[in-house]
Design a protein around this ligand. Structure first.
Ligand code: FES
Ligand code: FES
Length: 153
């Protein structure tokens, strides 16, 4: 076992894990951040996407030991002071989710997308979320939600 220390949503955690433990499993099962969803487990679906040191990353493709000392934001860390993040609010308003399985990864991707491009076109939004699969929504409502969130203060 190896001790891994991470800052998750502003709080520092230390826990022991096997060297082969993925970051997704470490966050979800060892630290209890069940908003980290695991689908394909090999980097294809995007459902496990989190923010790692300011950039989106697929937590199923990393080992927890690789990111010792990193700062991570999961979907549990997006809301502040009881207020939904503007993207969460916009997903709610535009019905950008159905089953919700893709949503935490979609939000992490969208956070980075709007940070890099605060006024994206629909084509740029579609390109930006092209690595995140959603089997429910048909994507249009997600695009609507991200476009609307870009206009929010
Ligand atoms: S579970 Fe990580 S990309 Fe699918
Ligand atoms: S809302 Fe179900 S997979 Fe996207």
């Amino acid at each position: 076992m190896i001790t891994v220390s991470l800052t998750v949503n502003g709080r520092t955690y230390r826990a022991d894990c096997e060297p082969r433990r993925t970051l997704a499993d470490f966050l979800r099962h060892d630290l209890g951040f069940t908003g980290v969803h695991v689908g394909c487990e090999h980097g294809v679906c995007g459902s496990c996407t989190i923010t790692l040191d300011g950039e989106s990353a697929r937590s199923c493709c990393l080992l927890a030991v690789q990111v010792d000392g990193a700062e991570i934001v999961t979907v549990e860390g997006l809301a502040e002071n009881g207020e939904l993040h503007p993207l969460q609010e916009s997903f709610r308003k535009h019905h950008g989710l159905q089953c919700g399985f893709c949503t935490s990864g979609m939000l992490a991707t969208a956070v980075e997308l709007l940070k890099e491009n605060p006024d994206p076109t629909d084509a740029e939004i579609r390109q930006g979320i092209s690595g995140n699969l959603c089997r429910c929504t048909g994507y249009q409502f997600i695009v609507d939600a991200i476009r609307d969130a870009a206009k929010r203060p």
